[in-house]
Design a protein around this ligand. Structure first.
Ligand SMILES: [Zn+2]
Length: 588
């Protein structure tokens, strides 16, 4: 059995602990972080040692302040490459670069959004790409399919200060939606660079004309890439968020400014952290204390996810090379496979990613380069489980390299490899989905309808226009579709059931549903109540008429009786006058 600590690991921990307190917790745990993975196993320790040795040898090892640079040193990292190296962008340089991409490469096809502020008050910026985006004063840079149009919209900057929707034609509703997110852990910066290049990849290819004859080498591949990019821009809204934890990047720490691990800070969903777990398991899988309250960054991601209900998401991390899928958690804290209802789909999407990467699927550590979260090690409060349950988002945690903060000389290669895999996975998630609109008989979208594809899967929900998209593994067998519209006070929609015969990997399956509503129980009760009141009023009216008639008859009878009395009195009087009116009445 291998010793618990190898000398190389001890040295590394002493070195690293100076500016990463989390390692005190993670290294002894030894079971390895994953998404986060400083996975201080022998393999990782070797890689870290090699990287540090290389850096030391050529005198290029820099302090953390060089990376999380201040404004003064921005110039040093504001250029993407120096010689053959691509440098990590500082926070300020990254923000500038996002704006620059929106203005140039993606001109007319993108706008920036501020999703919110971090604990230390930094803006978290997203780039939204798609033909639905119209920025006033800027025409669409190039024709993109049939959706290319002129300038429109009302914004002058294209940026929404509060991340709210510009409304109307700008809305990403009714479209496929996908997210790319980097740097959730502050000391894992590669995702920032991948996200930037994803934006460039899409816009450059979507706006380039047909391939000329001169471009003979790899022309077919380039044509396919351009077609994919154009289709993405035409049919989807892509949300690119290079960093959600710039504070952690600045201090080069895993957590945010409060030291909270954001990927353990989401509300528990399918599973809660088992109470029986020891501190060690807690350190690995999440700390219940730090899960009580959501950090600003976590709230921001949750709001963003709820607003757009992204169909798919890639969340870039470092410390291994693997595509990781839900569930992350389980009920007992064991390191065993925890299959979600959509296990087949998740495996397919993770495999799509690993197979499109040059080396990921050749992993010696993970079969096929993919892993179920809990089968690697369980954690609770992670983003991917929360998104799957709450927003119908098929999110993968992509570990992009065995090393954290890899050497800049390798950065461009790592980025290129992951951009390609990301685009293929994004397209397969979106275009291979079962999707369509749910509308009523007047053609109005029914929002909030639940759509289940297959028998045991978790349903997705329709957006404000009645659009849904459920990522799915391909299938050539009939698959059941069940649409359950929401219950409304005044309308009752029946449940709709159907099947799709084939789910194609490149085109998915389309299903537009029209549901004619019935009156709801409330309306039927109201109608019954109105009917009852009408009947009661009619009865009351009838009774009133009878009473009035009786009263009139009675009055008439009384009047007749009065007449008879008067006649009698008159007759008596006449009789008395005929006898002797002067004599005293006779007494008999
Ligand atoms: Zn991570």
């Amino acid at each position: 059995m291998a010793p618990y600590w190898r000398p190389s690991e001890i040295c590394l921990c002493i070195l690293w602990v100076t500016n990463r307190r989390e390692y005190l917790l993670t290294a002894p745990a030894r079971a390895g972080w994953r998404d986060d993975a400083p996975r201080v196993g022998a393999r990782r320790a070797r890689a870290m040692a090699e990287a540090l040795a290389r850096a030391d040898a050529d005198g290029e090892r820099r302090s953390s302040s060089d990376y999380a640079s201040t404004s003064a040193s921005d110039a040093a990292v504001s250029e993407e490459t120096t010689g053959t190296k691509r440098l990590y962008a500082s926070n300020d340089a990254l923000a500038r670069r996002v704006e620059e991409i929106a203005r140039t490469t993606c001109r007319g096809l993108a706008r920036t959004r501020v999703l919110g502020k971090t604990t230390r008050g930094r803006d978290v910026i997203a780039l939204e790409i798609g033909s639905h985006v119209r920025v006033a004063g800027e025409g669409v840079a190039h024709a993109v399919g049939t959706d290319a149009g002129g300038a429109g919209g009302a914004s002058t900057t294209g940026a929404d200060a509060d991340g709210t929707d510009g409304g109307g034609a700008w809305s990403a509703e009714g479209r496929l939606r996908f997210g790319f997110m980097g740097n959730m852990h502050g000391d894992e910066p590669v995702g920032r660079e991948i996200a930037l290049d994803v934006a460039r990849w899409v816009c450059e290819r979507a706006t380039t004309g047909p391939i000329s004859d001169a471009e003979s080498t790899g022309a077919a591949g380039q044509a396919a890439d351009r077609a994919m990019a154009r289709r993405l821009v035409r049919e989807a809204a892509l949300f690119i968020v290079p960093t959600v934890n710039p504070d952690g990047f600045e201090s080069r720490t895993r957590g945010n400014t409060n030291g909270v691990d954001l990927n353990r800070n989401f509300p528990y969903t399918a599973f809660s952290l088992p109470k029986t777990l020891s501190g060690r398991a807690g350190a690995l899988g999440g700390d219940p204390e730090s899960n009580v309250r959501q950090e600003k960054e976590t709230e921001m991601i949750m709001n963003w996810s709820r607003k757009w209900r992204l169909n798919g998401m890639l969340n870039y991390h470092e410390g291994a090379l693997v595509a990781n899928y839900p569930w992350d958690g389980n009920g007992d804290g064991s390191t065993t496979y925890s299959a979600s209802p959509d296990d087949e789909t998740f495996k397919y999407l993770a495999k799509t990613y690993a197979d499109s990467h040059p080396t990921m699927n050749q992993s010696e550590e993970f079969e096929g380069g993919i892993t179920n979260g809990a089968a690697w090690y369980p954690l609770w409060g992670g983003m991917q489980d929360w998104q799957y349950v709450n927003t119908g988002t098929y999110s993968l945690t992509i570990e992009v390299d065995d090393r954290k903060w890899p050497d800049e000389r390798e950065l461009q290669r790592i980025v290129d490899e992951h951009v390609q895999s990301s685009m293929v996975t994004c397209a397969r998630t979106l275009f291979g989905s079962v999707r369509g609109f749910v509308r009523d008989q007047r053609g109005r979208g029914i929002a909030g309808a639940s759509v289940a594809v297959g028998d045991d899967t978790l349903p997705v929900t329709t957006d404000g226009l009645g659009f849904f998209s459920k990522p799915s593994a391909p299938s050539d067998r009939p698959t059941s579709i069940t649409v359950t519209p929401p219950t409304r006070p005044w309308v009752r929609y029946p449940t709709f059931k159907s099947t799709v015969d084939v789910i194609d990997p490149f085109n998915g399956a389309s299903l537009d549903v029209v549901i004619v509503p019935h009156p709801s129980t409330a309306v039927r009760l109201l109608r019954a109540a109105v009917g009852l009141v009408f009947v009661l009023l009619s009865i009351a009216g009838l009774r009133l008429r009878v009473l009035r008639r009786r009263r009139r008859v009675f009055a008439l009878q009384e009047s007749l009786a009065d007449n008879r009395d008067i006649e009698k009195a008159i007759a008596n009087r006449r009789g008395a006058n005929r006898s002797s009116p002067a004599t005293t009445p006779r007494v008999s």
